[in-house]
Design a protein around this ligand. Structure first.
Ligand code: DGL
Length: 285
């Protein structure tokens, strides 16, 4: 992984000024923690020349149990940090923050492409043969008006069973991807979906793809597991292309990582999830 440390715009752009993005600027990405790296992997693969700024708000994870108002205010703060560091676009690598804050971010920075994500109910409804779709997501996502609208639009002809994946975000944040305790927790979430007949399971939280291997193992070969990371990355590339904001440089892009709970341990978890050497800087208060 190329970890260029220079070449970013100075971290002092006034985020309250009107922002006119430029193509050579980096893309700002944030999540309640390290889960959004599952989306960043796809974005990096689709956009090899882009620079990415990634903020993990691990000090406040999980977002799933917090109020929509809190998440909205916090997302605006993280957006200001990323815009202040010159971001030309914002990728909300978090279903929960998208549901609570995508609208507020778009209103706040109308000139900046803001790409969010939502559980893959549409492809799941198309893929199911049993007519039963299971959705694993956070309490916040499942309770949101956005998710209700998604079910209304794409979930009408199938039975959608939802389940909050309580404890899974914390396991990923600790880097406990395959411990016996995490496997047991996964089993406790997947079994009820199978018992209800689901043959497609939607991973509606960006932390969950890091547990995919055990979720698939638990679900068995006849169950399809779907996540939205790559389609969101494709949408990001499309939006940048449409706005003529794709970076023209041919050189490989770089990544910078910040966390509101930076520590040696958190950096080790980052390196494990990102599968490369990487440094984690503390997010200034
Ligand atoms: N990774 C996030 C999501 O996609 C949020 C997890 C959380 O902090 O609850 O929903």
């Amino acid at each position: 992984m190329n970890l260029r440390s220079s070449g970013f715009p100075a971290p002092n752009r006034d985020p309250t000024a009107v922002v006119t993005p430029t193509s050579d600027a980096p893309i700002g990405v944030f999540d309640s923690g390290l889960g959004g790296l599952s989306v960043l992997c796809h974005a990096r693969a689709r956009l090899p020349a882009e620079d990415f700024l990634y903020v993990a708000d691990s000090g406040h994870a999980p977002y799933g149990e917090r109020s929509a108002e809190w998440i909205r205010a916090r997302s605006l703060t993280l957006g200001e940090f990323l815009i202040g560091h010159g971001a030309k676009a914002l990728l909300i690598a978090c279903n929960t923050a998208t549901a609570a804050a995508a609208h507020a971010l778009r209103e706040r920075w109308p000139g900046v492409p803001v790409i969010g994500m939502e559980p893959a109910v549409k492809p799941a409804a198309a893929a199911t043969r049993s007519g039963v779709v299971g959705v694993l997501a956070t309490t916040g996502t499942l309770a949101s008006a956005r998710f209700a609208a998604l079910l209304d639009t794409f979930g009408r002809d199938v039975r959608v069973i939802t389940r909050p994946g309580t404890g899974l975000v914390e396991a990923v944040e600790r880097g406990e991807l395959d411990t016996p305790a995490t496997q047991a927790l996964i089993a406790s979430h997947v079994e009820p979906l199978l018992a209800d007949g689901a043959d497609v399971i939607v991973l509606g939280c960006t932390h969950y793809p890091f547990l995919r291997r055990w979720i698939e193992h638990q679900a068995g070969p006849s169950v399809q597991v779907i996540d939205t990371g790559d389609s969101v990355a494709r949408q990001l590339a499309q939006r940048l292309n449409d706005a003529r904001l794709l970076r023209s440089a041919k050189a490989a892009g770089s990544e910078r990582f910040w966390s509101s709970a930076a520590s040696d341990t958190a950096e080790r978890v980052l390196q494990r999830l990102w599968q490369a050497d990487a440094q984690l800087a503390p997010l200034p208060a």
